[in-house]
Write a protein that binds this ligand. Structure first.
Ligand code: PGA
Ligand code: ZN
Length: 449
């Protein structure tokens, strides 16, 4: 039974406040969880409660959410069975009483929800993945490593937010990490040799400027070869330089366009960074965006595209999925915000073939599990994901294994807030021993490859 719950304000990887919760049980169970935070957030995410007090942390303090943990949630859950995750989460959802957790804050609720799962696992002396996954969890996920950052995450030249590598041809998870690390280092030396910057963005990927790729900074040059194509060329070169194949039996590429950030009220996609560099407007329609993505897919070994269109462009998503969804994973992030209600709609509309799973978009472990299972039942893939603002908390690693997600998206090969998840997966891989399974390319079971 829960005997003590304690919330506090801590800092995330951007130095911005976030919520930490500790829980103790009468059987000596202890659990602690730290909540992540996004930058390019979806419009329908559960509410991240911030103080909006300009005198502290530019309004980003979370002391109200912490007070909610300590004075509203804690008294309600005191004495409850810590292993009854469903009842704990239901109680908090009812106590909040709003669809998007606007009263207590999803950051307050998620902190308690995850700390409870950890305390329960601790009480049973089980690793978290085994406690959550029971007998079924045994798959190590293919990592999706964000090695080139753009969009809202970095002052780079690229409007698309993330360019990721996926070692689909590796035989084990640890081998996948080795390939990824070597490719990351190869990319770094390539950038250096071109005189580009090797500083990293929020998720630990490089944030290059690409001045060397353009003789003239005019619209025609950028249209002839977009910064996304320069990034993709570089990735292919880095993969080869590291000694691997760029393709199905080696390393493939995934992108998160985070297109909601590009979509403006004129219903067009604006390449703002190109516009800033050329001083000229450049925007394209949904159909043109789909054509552009199709072109990238035909030119490069791309296996996955997340948020290729904006969250409000549902009809566009259905078109995109019909056009290339047989051979490319089409992932909905902002589109679904890990909310079973929107995922259900996406399944009906065939809007994608995969769901990104971010715990704090929905706010409880129970609803996260529901989102994963609904996705998998539809024959889609689920990609468990970090946020751009993270901490050393590695719960998502355990979740990916527990529910056999097959894929995890948790940043680049730098920054401890990202590496913490990979290191946790290495631990789980050795805990699983000979039962550890790494599916590689077969993780994309719903594609025609
Ligand atoms: P966010 O970015 O955490 O800033 O929302 C990650 C993503 O868009 O996948
Ligand atoms: Zn995304």
């Amino acid at each position: 039974k829960i005997v003590k719950i304690l919330g506090r304000e801590i800092l995330d990887s951007r130095g911005t406040p976030t919520v930490e919760v500790e829980i103790w049980t009468d059987f000596g169970g202890y659990g602690v969880a730290k909540v992540p935070s996004g930058a390019s957030t979806g419009a329908n995410e559960a509410l991240e409660l911030r103080d909006e007090d300009a005198k502290r942390y530019n309004g980003k303090g979370v002391s109200k959410a912490v007070v909610n943990v300590n004075t509203k949630i804690a008294p309600k859950l005191m004495g409850m069975e810590v292993q009854d995750q469903l009842e704990l989460d239901r109680t908090m959802i009812a106590l909040d009483g709003t669809e998007f957790k606007k009263n207590l804050g999803a950051n307050a609720i998620l902190g308690v929800s995850l700390a409870a799962a950890r305390a329960a696992a601790d009480e049973l002396e089980m690793p978290l993945w085994k406690y959550m996954g029971g007998v079924s969890g045994h798959k190590l996920p293919v990592p999706m490593l964000n090695v080139i950052n753009g969009g809202e995450h970095a002052d780079s030249a690229i409007d698309f937010q993330e360019f990721m590598i996926m070692p689909v041809g590796a035989k084990t998870f640890s081998q996948a990490l080795q390939w990824a690390s070597e490719t990351f280092q190869a990319l770094k030396s390539l950038l250096k040799s071109k005189g580009d910057i090797t500083a990293v963005g929020d998720e630990g990927g490089f944030a290059p400027h690409f001045s060397w790729a353009y003789k003239k900074e005019d619209l025609a040059s950028f249209q002839a070869k977009t910064p996304a194509e320069v990034a993709l060329d570089l990735l292919v070169e880095a993969i080869k330089k590291a000694g691997y194949k760029a393709g199905k039996d080696g390393i493939m590429i995934a992108m998160d366009c985070a297109s909601s950030e590009l979509y403006l009220s004129d219903k067009k996609y604006h390449f703002k960074k190109i516009e800033a560099r050329t001083g000229k407007k450049w925007s394209i329609t949904t159909d043109e965006m789909i054509k552009y993505l199709e072109k990238l897919v035909s030119k490069y070994p791309i296996i996955s595209i997340e948020d290729g269109l904006a969250e409000s462009d549902w009809a566009g998503f259905t078109k995109l999925n019909a056009a290339i969804g047989d051979k490319v994973q089409i992932v909905g992030d902002d589109l679904y915000t890990t909310n079973p209600k929107y995922i259900k709609e996406g399944i009906l509309k065939k809007a994608s073939n995969s769901t990104l799973i971010k715990l704090n978009q929905i706010g409880t472990l129970t609803e996260t599990i529901e989102a994963i299972q609904m996705t998998q039942k539809a024959g889609w893939t689920a990609v468990v994901s970090h946020r751009s603002g993270e901490t050393e908390d590695s719960t998502i690693a355990d979740i990916a294994v527990a529910f056999n997600a097959g894929q995890i998206k948790t940043g680049s090969m730098s920054r401890s807030d990202r590496i913490a998840k990979y290191n946790r997966l290495l631990q789980i891989e050795s805990e699983l021993g000979k039962n550890a399974k790494y599916d590689g390319l077969a993780s994309f079971y719903n594609l025609n490859l």
